[in-house]
Design a protein around this ligand. Structure first.
Ligand SMILES: NC(=O)c1ccc[n+]([C@@H]2O[C@H](COP(=O)([O-])OP(=O)(O)OC[C@H]3O[C@@H](n4cnc5c(N)ncnc54)[C@H](OP(=O)(O)O)[C@@H]3O)[C@@H](O)[C@H]2O)c1
Length: 263
């Protein structure tokens, strides 16, 4: 049985462990945060190692979900085996930085939404391509390999996009509630609408612009809402926010090419 060691047992680790349940991996957790590790051990049959080094020593591959600000420094204190697969999910820690602190181990970087992975529906991005980690990530959602690090870093902004869409849904659900809809109806309506539209984009073979046109009656209510959002620069604000996230995680936004697809 393949053993995955997890360094950093916080929010992401718990969601990944939940999604990996029944996938056939043995999971070995780092000991810090004894309560969380003990809870995961009891709920999902994980094991807890005595130290971070014991996680590395006892694992075939190491999944790193340490805090982005300090994780690389912690990795530098550990000894990895030559060729040992190490996957970092730490936002903003690029492959070169990861590789510089894991010696001759085999580094790769990934990003995923987190919560959706607990339901095995969260897409991941992976760089460079690595069969060990592709198999692992595919247990918790579809995996998209990236051809180069620049593309990976740009794609990794989707981690923020993912969380922001939850905040956006919560905002819109609040609007429906304020109009008198029961909270559970508002939540089901908003989430179900987005799920349905997401399935349309995933399953229909038509060009995106055709689909967007098809849902926008000229002079109709969708056009009214989009025009209102555009008039307040709400759509352009998504570009600005993504630019800022990309800059934060070490990328260089191509700011001149703004998306105007939905206008
Ligand atoms: N949350 C997500 O959905 C998500 C998705 C994609 C990527 N990520 C990335 O995953 C990483 C973790 O995010 P998170 O939300 O799970 O953060 P988190 O809840 O703060 O988890 C990080 C965990 O690492 C522990 N830790 C800190 N230093 C450690 C050390 N030296 N040795 C062992 N454990 C240590 C922390 O313990 P203490 O609390 O005791 O400090 C905490 O339990 C971040 O780098 C983030 O960018 C998160």
């Amino acid at each position: 049985m393949t053993t995955i060691g997890i360094l950093g047992v916080g929010g992401l680790a718990e969601l990944m462990v939940r999604g990996l349940q029944g996938s056939g991996y043995r999971i070995l957790l780092s000991p810090r945060g004894a309560q969380a590790s003990a809870r995961l051990a009891a709920a999902y049959g994980c094991e807890v190692a005595e130290s971070n080094q014991a996680v590395v020593d006892g694992a075939d591959g190491v999944f790193v979900s340490l805090p982005a600000a300090t994780g690389a420094e912690e990795l530098a204190r550990l000894s990895f085996r030559p060729g040992q697969p190490v996957l970092s999910a730490m936002a903003g820690t690029g492959l070169a930085r990861l590789q510089s602190v894991i010696g001759r181990a085999r580094g790769a970087v990934a990003m995923m939404p987190g919560y959706a992975n607990a339901l095995r529906m969260g897409p991941s991005i992976l760089y460079p391509e690595d069969g060990f980690w592709r198999d692992f990530l595919s247990k918790v959602g579809p995996v998209h390999g990236c051809d180069d690090e620049k593309t990976f870093t740009a794609a990794a902004t989707f981690g923020a996009f993912s969380g922001a869409t939850v905040g956006w849904m919560a905002h819109v659900i609040g609007w429906f509630e304020a109009q008198g809809l029961p909270a559970n109806t508002a939540r089901a309506l908003v989430a179900g609408t987005l799920r349905g539209n997401a399935e349309v984009l995933l399953r229909e073979d038509r060009p995106l612009d055709d689909i967007a046109r098809g849902v926008t009656t000229p002079g109709g209510i969708t056009e009214l809402l989009l025009a209102t959002l555009a008039g307040r620069e709400a759509l352009a604000a998504w570009d600005e926010g993504l630019d800022r996230v990309l800059t934060r995680i070490g990328g260089e936004p191509i700011s001149s090419k703004k998306s105007d697809r939905s206008l």
